[in-house]
Design a protein around this ligand. Sequence first.
Ligand SMILES: Nc1ncnc2c1ncn2[C@@H]1O[C@H](COP(=O)(O)OP(=O)(O)O)[C@@H](O)[C@H]1O
Ligand SMILES: [Mg+2]
Length: 234
Amino acid sequence: MIEIKNITKTYKTGDIEFNALSNVSFNITDGEFVAIMGPSGSGKSTLMHILGALDSPTSGTYFLDNQDVSALSDDRLADIRRDKIGFVFQSFNLLPRTTVLRNVILPLVYAGIHGIERERRARKALFAVGLDEGHFFHLSNQISGGQIQRVAIARALVNNPSLILADEPTGNLDSKTGEIVIGTLERLNKELNRTIILITHEKEIAEHADRILFIKDGKLVEDRTNHTKRSVAL
Ligand SMILES: Nc1ncnc2c1ncn2[C@@H]1O[C@H](COP(=O)(O)OP(=O)(O)O)[C@@H](O)[C@H]1O
Ligand SMILES: [Mg+2]
């Protein structure tokens, strides 16, 4: 589903050019759970922005579901994001003082889905991440960090995206809560066969994926199958 070929991303600050990514190539097939790992400043977020159609590479090609998305207009990139990609960020960005259910319904409002169907899908996504009726009408500022992040995952899931991108989703959480969030992603991968790309600088988190791509100084330095995959029992 994903084919990245010779992607380079150059940032220009005044007269100085800097390659945040240099000649990165890899493929990811449907249903894979892949971690992208690397130290701070290695280019992880830059790569995630390209994968998520939030930004375009300076050169190289990116095919998503056989469509070339490397050189689309901003409007077309927005369509790709809406139709194909679910995002989970480190900073959860739920709407404050808004119910859990409403937070998950919102992307469907923008996608033009009608009322009853919106609510049905939002409930299903919340159940899929292990939240039940008892949580639906809590306000987003009245729930725990782990629950917030699960709502964020439900929200990323509700449009039925083919790809879920999670950038440091456990970054702000204690390790136990982080495990629950990772377990939720694992379950979406295993039970709903979602393709997941998990970006992290933490080895223990990356160990939950089936495959780990290592980037360093903007280059892909290793691409390995994870034979010692860890799993969380929820
Ligand atoms: N908009 C930008 N302009 C200039 N340099 C940038 C910009 N965004 C990121 N960088 C630089 O690119 C490198 C990679 O950044 P980033 O992709 O955020 O890494 P990571 O997510 O792995 O920490 C860093 O050296 C960073 O300073
Ligand atoms: Mg980053």
